[in-house]
Design a protein. Structure first.
Length: 461
């Protein structure tokens, strides 16, 4: 697709897509959904086939795409898909509100879809559906959830094939030193960062800025506030597009939570509520004092704190996720909230209409739909039960005597599996599905022989 033919903001009208296909500017439509790991999966369809058939009827994909491990192996033990059920298909129904140009790819448009069973019922284990359910529950209480994300990533000089061939050893970061908001540091990677910003903007994503971060070769892209489901859609598309754009620059980037002994990659989530009529929900108007925080704000924050340990599996879904939680690393260890305090799990920023909750627990490896669903579900629990909010933590949360973020995937898995709150919020089928996903991840990790073990034991043990 040429630059002048891009659509700056979705949704792309169907007639516009027809015109672009007719004049030869578009020949491919990607129909995608997000799997358990937060990756886009689906099909590349010829544009004419999409408008003639898929637009009205959808397209089928194997149901086991929601029960595979990182290596795309269908794992046994799921009720959603199995050999006993024949590994049948689910229908992808495109959400035309998400149809947009994909300017980082030639002559392409991308649209996100929701998996459905042949009966027309949504696949409730689908991450996007899990978030949609929580957004609907917020609406039932009279609220619209808004949010955004900021994703840290590390960039390396080697491309993905070179990184694979060397088993990811001795990779060269694009910056040899910390580039925390450094202009000269980001200038060295600006061809890639500029391409990322402009491609995301041209695709209609609400990108704000790119900036350097604390580790070598570490950078961050920040997105603007929007409704929560759209924020998660932007997050998911960006993670795939960023890797494809990096590959075009003959580099690689990673959203792993922890790559080396330096700071890990955070995936901070910001969230607030508005009334479904657009009115402010976290503050009351006071002509003398100005906007003042109210019980909705306090109970919402209290609910996120109260459920944080039990919902950590949705914030930190991988073995590697938990290596990021280290003292004074800017990744939280204490479950506490504070005013503009980056040592706390929840950081409160903004005033009045910009007042929002920043959740610093998720890493960049988190599935955005699941992490946002957990955060919203926790806040809604606080609202329904009228939870009181403890006083903000002042000072260093790393040194505070507070409950801690789970230290391992095993601990988070057990908390989630036994959580009445999780089962009330997401349903038994969803909880059991993602508990089993954690079991698959843990089994793979515990069976692996690591380079650390070889270095320690090959000769000396």
């Amino acid at each position: 697709m040429t630059e002048q033919d891009s659509t700056p903001a979705p949704p792309m009208p169907v007639q516009r897509l027809h015109d672009l296909i007719e004049n030869g500017h578009v020949d491919t439509v990607l129909v995608v959904f997000t799997d358990m790991q937060g990756r886009l999966v689906g099909k590349r369809l010829h544009g004419r086939h999409f408008v003639d058939h898929v637009l009205s009827s959808g397209t089928e994909v194997p149901g086991h795409l929601l029960s595979v491990d990182v290596d795309m192996n269908p794992a046994p033990g799921y009720t959603l898909a199995s050999w006993d059920k024949g590994h049948g298909n689910v229908l992808l129904r495109p959400d035309l509100n998400t149809m947009r140009a994909a300017p980082w790819l030639p002559a392409s448009v991308i649209v996100q879809a929701d998996p459905q069973w042949p009966t027309g019922e949504p696949v409730q284990e689908s991450p996007r559906q899990i978030l949609a359910v929580q957004a609907a529950r917020a609406a039932d209480l009279g609220y619209a959830a808004l949010g955004s994300s900021s994703l840290e990533f590390m960039v390396f000089e080697e491309d993905y094939n070179q990184a694979w061939d060397t088993q990811y050893s001795s990779l060269t970061p694009t910056n040899r030193y910390s580039t925390d908001h450094s202009v000269i540091g980001t200038s060295r990677v600006e061809p890639l960062l500029r391409d990322l910003r402009n491609a995301m903007y041209a695709a209609g994503l609400s990108v704000q800025c790119a900036r350097g971060e604390r580790n070598r070769g570490q950078h961050e892209l920040v997105f603007a506030y929007t409704d929560l489901l759209t924020a998660a859609d932007h997050h998911a598309i960006y993670k795939t597009a960023a890797k494809e754009i990096a590959a075009r620059h003959e580099k690689s980037l990673t959203f792993m939570a922890k790559v080396d002994d330096g700071p890990g990659n955070g995936g901070h989530l910001q969230m607030s509520l508005r009334g479904t009529d657009g009115t402010l929900s976290f503050v009351n108007d006071d002509e003398i004092e100005g906007p003042t925080r109210n019980d909705v704000f306090r109970s919402f924050v209290a609910g996120i704190l109260t459920t944080m340990r039990e919902f950590s599996l949705f914030y930190a879904p991988n073995v590697n996720s938990y290596k990021r939680f280290r003292a004074e690393s800017f990744a939280p260890t204490a479950i506490a909230w504070g005013e503009d305090n980056r040592s706390c799990a929840l950081r409160i920023v903004g005033e009045g209409e910009s007042l929002r909750v920043e959740n610093r627990v998720p890493g960049a490896d988190a599935n955005p739909y699941l992490a946002m669903a957990a955060m919203l579900a926790g806040g809604l629990f606080g609202l329904r039960t009228g939870l009181p909010l403890e006083a903000p933590l002042v000072g260093n949360a790393y040194a505070a005597q507070r409950q801690r973020v789970p230290g391992t995937l095993r601990e988070a898995r057990d908390l989630f599996a036994g959580s009445v709150l999780a089962r009330d919020s997401f349903g038994d089928d969803v909880v059991d599905h993602y508990v089993h996903a954690a079991d698959v991840e843990l089994d793979a990790f515990e069976a692996a022989v690591t380079d650390w073990e070889l270095r320690r034991g090959f000769e000396r043990l």
